[in-house]
Structures are given as structure tokens and as C-alpha cells.
Design a protein around this ligand. Structure first.
Ligand code: ATP
Ligand code: MG
Length: 392
């Protein structure tokens, strides 16, 4: 007999008419995460998703770990399984919830019974189990109105289950329920966090990385693929688009004034990202930009960067402090990889004195020296696609 996992749906319960499709997205995301972990039945009843193992071969420990990272879930409980017998249920509750019972001042028992053939009603089960627990833990009062701890008993087809205090879930909305976007992914600390944050809002993401071989090495590219793989624990499987950027950077270095290098380069990134977005039905471009962090992240510089596309540019980190970003990076497990010392194409031809207050007109003038359309076409045509998943 195997434990069961219960997931409480988050914001999707507010969605009225769309609720059904949001819920279907969540169920399908959950099923994909459980791939390879054995036989589970996954279904939802009244805003709770049940993940019920179908045999003893199912890996519930790993399933629980994976499901903690699924967006659209606010809380998870692991429910201990036992025989469908009143005393087996009491014994299970005494053992499984001992620590939680000792830590609480008051409790009550709530029973749900989907197996209507069970010989006691829900209320009878609650009273019986409550009475036995009260005897076993005499310091904890019964309080049916405002208990500190609610002990849940569920009597289902396969077994009976006992659970109490849930663990917080990943929050957010199911990935895919809010459309698609491309996300500019460098090897730094910021862009994995911005990717995570927009995925959390239910957006399916396609990471785009600009790669300047041999100025940046194969190791730098692998680092970005590693980061994308780590992110799939939250975002689901992804296809990373690796864009060859060397020719563009060499052209910029040869033909543009040094103080504008970064800006011209970033405008190319946006144009190419927009092309990839249109090709994949994506409705926005996500970046890890952060106001005032570097010269290319002043308001004037960002206006120049964004002027080349009609798509909304989502910058979820815009108002965060570096420390706050680092805290998220550590929590989601990308930080240690981000700080590995490989170069990024942004650091290859960095101007000594970058322009911090540029105008779009200046950039349009400077770019006349370049075959912008030809360079964009060439980069898009040379793009390599790599599928990443942390579940394989
Ligand atoms: P990060 O830590 O994410 O690299 P950063 O603070 O170093 O960010 P920049 O290097 O100016 O800032 O880049 C700003 C944003 O542009 C990044 O957050 C990322 O979204 C995008 N970006 C930068 N370099 C690349 C790259 N080589 N490929 C794809 N996107 C990039
Ligand atoms: Mg960077």
C-alpha cells in the first residue's frame, strides 16, 4: 500500500468559465512530471487534485518532490495509506501524525468518504478517530470550530488515507494556461530568475541564447543548457534556441562607434528574439533586465532596445534588488550554476565608456552602416534547437 498525494489548486479556481481548461492544463502538466515514476491515477475533485498510486511500484517520494515545483498548486499533502478499517485508521493517524499532534493545542477530525460501501458514515468515522486520538494525546483539546490542526481522513476505493498540515506548493498558474513567450537566457544570475517568474504566471517559454563562438566557449553554451535543464523542473520540458551571434558582433565592432556596441548588439538580440517569437506563436519577449544595474539598463537604453519590436518586453526583475534576485536564484537551484566562471557574449566586446543616455534616432543612424536585415536572416537561419528536460 502506497501513500497518496493531494494538491490544492491555486488561482485557477478564480477563473470562472475558463476554469475547466486551466484545470486540464494542470492535470496534464502533473501527468508529464510523473513520467517514469510508475502508475498513478491523476484526477481532480472540487479544486483538489488527487495523485493516487495504482500499485506498490510507484515512487511517491520522488513524485512529491517533483510536484512541489508544479505551478498552479498552492499546497500539497502527503496522505498515509492504511487498511479500510476504523482501527487501522486510528493506528495510522497515531503513528503518522504523532509529531503534529504533539505540537498542536487543539484538533478536529474531518472525514470524506468516496467509498459509500464503507460501514460507517463520515461523521461516525470522525467521532471515532477523534475520540481515540484524544485519548492517545490527552494534552491536545478537541475543538470542532477553530482547531489548530485538522486531521483529514479519506476513505477511497483503494485504501483509507490520513493527512494533516500541508506543505506550501509552487503557487502561480499552470504553465501553458497563459500563452507562450520567448525568454532571453544568458548564463548569468538574472535571466534564469526572470524565466522562472514568467513561467510561474502560466506562460510556456522558449529560451533563446546568443552564442559567440569562439569568443565564448562550448562550456559557456553548456552552462546555459544546464541552467535551462534546471528550470524545466518548474517550466516543463523546453526547446532552447541557440543563435549564432559571432558574425553580428564582429560587424558591430568593425562598423559602429565603440560606446554604442552594447546597444546595437541588444537591438539585434531583440529583433532575432521577435522573429523566433513569431515563428513559434509567442506573444512576448522576457528579459532579466533590472533598472540601473548596468549601462544598458537605463530607461533611455531600454527604450532603444525595445524600439525594434512591437511585442511586449516583460522584465519581471525590473524593480528588484540584486540580493532579492539572488535569494530566488538560490531557492530555485540555479545560483550555483550561474556563478560558474564562463564568459557571456555581452562581455566580449564591452565598450570602455558605454552610452547611458542614447536615443533611438542615434541608433538608427549608426545601424545604417550594417546590413541589419541580412544579418538577422543569417542568424535566424543558423539557429540550433536543443531539447532539455530534467526528467530524462
Ligand atoms: P544576466 O544575469 O541574466 O546575464 P545581466 O545583469 O548580466 O543579466 P545583461 O548582460 O545586460 O544583464 O543582459 C540583460 C538581459 O539580456 C539578460 O538578463 C538576458 O535576458 C539577456 N541576455 C544577455 N546576454 C544574453 C545572451 N548571450 N543570450 C540571451 N540573452 C541574453
Ligand atoms: Mg549577463
Amino acid at each position: 500500500m502506497n501513500d497518496m498525494i493531494l494538491l490544492k489548486q491555486g488561482e485557477i479556481v478564480l477563473k470562472g468559465l475558463n476554469k475547466r481548461s486551466f484545470e486540464q492544463k494542470l492535470l496534464s502538466n502533473i501527468r508529464k512530471r510523473l513520467n517514469g515514476l510508475g502508475n498513478f491515477d491523476v484526477y481532480s475533485v472540487q479544486s483538489t487534485v488527487y495523485v493516487e498510486p495504482q500499485d506498490d511500484g510507484a515512487d511517491v517520494d520522488e513524485a512529491f518532490e517533483r510536484l512541489r515545483k508544479v505551478f498552479g498548486v498552492v499546497a500539497l499533502s502527503r496522505a498515509a495509506a492504511c487498511e479500510k478499517d476504523k482501527d487501522a485508521i486510528v493506528a495510522c493517524a497515531k503513528g503518522y501524525l504523532a509529531e503534529q499532534m504533539r505540537g498542536a493545542r487543539s484538533f478536529k477530525v474531518e472525514t470524506k468518504r468516496s467509498d459509500k460501501a464503507f460501514p460507517m458514515t463520515s461523521i461516525q468515522v470522525s467521532q471515532y478517530v477523534g475520540g481515540e486520538l484524544s485519548e492517545a494525546f490527552p494534552d491536545v483539546e478537541v475543538d470542532v470550530h477553530e482547531p489548530e490542526l485538522t486531521v483529514h481522513v479519506e476513505i477511497r476505493d483503494y485504501a483509507a488515507y490520513v493527512h494533516a498540515q500541508p506543505t506550501p506548493g509552487a503557487g502561480g498558474m499552470p504553465v501553458g494556461s497563459n500563452g507562450r513567450a520567448v525568454t532571453l537566457l544568458s548564463g548569468g544570475i538574472d535571466s534564469p530568475v526572470s524565466t522562472y517568474m514568467i513561467a510561474k504566471r502560466g506562460v510556456k517559454l522558449i529560451p533563446v541564447h546568443f552564442f559567440s563562438f569562439p569568443y565564448t566557449s562550448e562550456l559557456a553554451k553548456q552552462k546555459v543548457l544546464d541552467l535551462a535543464t534546471l528550470l524545466t523542473a518548474y517550466c516543463g520540458d523546453m526547446k532552447v534556441e541557440i543563435v549564432p551571434f559571432t558574425h553580428i558582433q564582429e560587424e558591430i565592432r568593425a562598423k559602429c562607434p565603440e560606446e554604442y556596441f552594447t546597444l546595437v548588439m541588444r537591438r539585434f538580440m531583440m529583433r532575432i528574439a521577435a522573429r523566433i517569437a513569431y515563428r513559434n506563436g509567442c506573444k512576448a519577449i522576457v528579459t532579466g533586465e533590472n533598472l540601473g544595474q548596468v549601462a544598458s539598463q537605463t530607461m533611455e537604453a531600454m527604450a532603444c532596445t525595445q524600439a525594434v519590436t512591437d511585442l511586449p518586453v516583460l522584465q519581471p526583475l525590473i524593480g528588484m534588488d540584486k540580493e532579492e534576485i539572488v535569494t530566488v536564484a538560490r531557492r530555485i537551484g540555479t545560483f550555483d550554476t550561474s556563478i560558474l566562471p564562463y564568459e557571456d557574449c555581452c562581455t566580449v566586446f564591452t565598450p570602455r565608456h558605454p552610452k547611458t543616455k542614447p536615443s533611438v534616432a542615434e541608433l538608427v543612424e549608426i545601424e545604417k552602416a550594417l546590413d541589419v536585415e541580412g544579418l538577422v536572416n543569417e542568424a535566424v537561419a543558423g539557429t540550433e534547437r536543443v531539447r532539455v528536460s530534467c526528467f530524462e
